[in-house]
Design a protein around this ligand. Structure first.
Ligand code: PLP
Length: 394
């Protein structure tokens, strides 16, 4: 439409600078193998957050079919009107136990949960301290909130300590991801707990990429480090290892009561489907009763990272199932991704502004069900693609 010609100009600019994004449609998923619309061949997926292959699990499908027969699909109203059903209550109770918290509250997404927590709990006169590489949902939420916010670099604890020592603020909050979504490294939670205790701060941890995958019981990095009792608020988006949608906020009962009363992203939205609650309960059961999925994921990561490093590829500081391969230039990254695609591997290019300028990358995410054949195949195809792209002009 002519009225939107200003948008066309901007889209052309994005295309010229290799920054245009397009949707790709997946038609079927069988384990790590997928089929995309318009393409006859199967691709091995290396960019999904379905780390434990729970999204396509038969037990989840059975639970969903049973729930849809019993409840239909939609909740029909917001939680506070008449949208709260048995499934929501059960999910909240089971996830509170899982995260060793007094209480838990279910949100429609991780984005909404971070918005709700950071625009509701920190007040005017408070200070919110964010890791520079926290997820966009955390940064945007802090920007939308009433508290002052500052960022710190996670390899610069002295800066964080200095910010915490500022006595002008009523309360201080430290907000971090546990496993960082683009670099795949881990926050130094032990140090953050020390600092929060020393400065009487409140620690909020987004376990999006660790919940389900790390820890003896699968509750995330805080669980792995024995720090569950020291984290004040856990935000756990459930669209990743748990293979469904939604997010849990696990905290003290007065915190979740406050969110129920004050958080606009909880109050003014239709409740999550009871069918999604059934999927979440089935997924939680798998996470608790099948630790072998976590073990297989960890072994696959170790194997692939070692192979990629042996090829001289830059996997940054990754220590998890998210393994970035830093390429730098966006055009080269697109070329590498498209070469992999032709060879049967789907690993999307991640470009600015999702990551910093000059650090475009493939964000390889590993799954429990990847086989050695998948991992070796990817490593070989990547090595070939990098050789070819080295001759490409930026
Ligand atoms: C660290 C982190 N937090 C929050 C979110 C948002 O979660 P959701 O996809 O459920 O909105 C994501 C990713 O989407 C994420 O990577």
């Amino acid at each position: 439409m002519a009225e939107f010609s200003f948008i066309d100009e901007e889209l052309c600019g994005l295309e010229r600078s290799d920054m245009l994004r397009r949707l790709r449609c997946i038609e079927s998923i069988r384990g790590p193998a997928v089929r995309l619309t318009g393409d006859a061949g199967e691709k091995i997926l290396f960019c999904s957050n379905n780390y434990l292959n729970i999204a396509g699990d038969a037990k989840v499908a059975e639970a969903v079919i049973d729930a849809v027969r019993r409840y239909g699909y939609g909740a029909g109203a917001s939680r506070l009107i008449c949208g709260t059903m048995q499934g929501h209550a059960e999910v909240e109770q089971r996830f509170a136990e899982f995260f060793s918290a007094e209480s838990a509250l279910l949100f429609n997404s991780g984005w909404t949960a971070n918005q709700a927590v950071l625009t509701t709990i920190p007040q005017e006169g408070d200070l919110v301290l964010l890791d520079k590489l926290d997820h966009a949902s955390v940064i945007d939420a802090a920007m939308a909130g009433k508290a002052t916010f500052r960022t710190y670099r996670r390899n610069d604890p002295a800066k964080l300590e200095k910010l915490l020592a500022d006595s002008r603020f009523e309360r201080k909050f430290i907000v971090t991801e546990s496993v960082f979504s683009m670099d795949g490294d881990r926050a130094d939670l032990t140090r953050l707990v020390e600092l929060k205790k020393k400065h009487s701060a409140i620690l909020i941890v987004d376990e999006a990429h660790a919940a389900g995958c790390l820890g003896d019981s699968g509750a995330g990095l805080a669980d792995e480090l024995g720090l569950l009792d020291d984290v004040d608020i856990v935000v756990a988006p459930l669209g990743k290892a748990f293979g469904a949608t939604g997010a849990i906020v696990a905290a003290a009962k007065n915190v979740t009561d406050y969110l129920i009363n004050k958080a606009r992203g909880f109050i003014y939205t239709t409740a999550p489907s009871p069918v999604n609650c059934a999927a979440l309960l089935a997924a939680l059961e798998i996470v608790i009763s099948e630790p072998q999925r976590r073990q297989s994921l960890a072994a696959n990561c170790e194997y692939l990272r070692t192979r990629l490093n042996a090829l001289g590829l830059d996997t940054a500081s990754s220590t998890s199932h998210i393994i970035p391969v830093i390429i730098g230039d966006s055009g080269k990254t697109l070329a590498v991704s498209s070469h992999l695609y032709k060879r049967g591997y789907f690993a999307a290019a991640i470009r600015p502004p999702t990551v910093a300028a000059g650090t475009a990358r493939l964000r390889i995410s590993v799954q429990a069900e990847h086989t050695k054949v998948h991992l070796d195949g990817l490593a070989n195809a990547l090595s070939e693609a990098m050789r070819i792209s080295a001759h490409r002009q930026p």
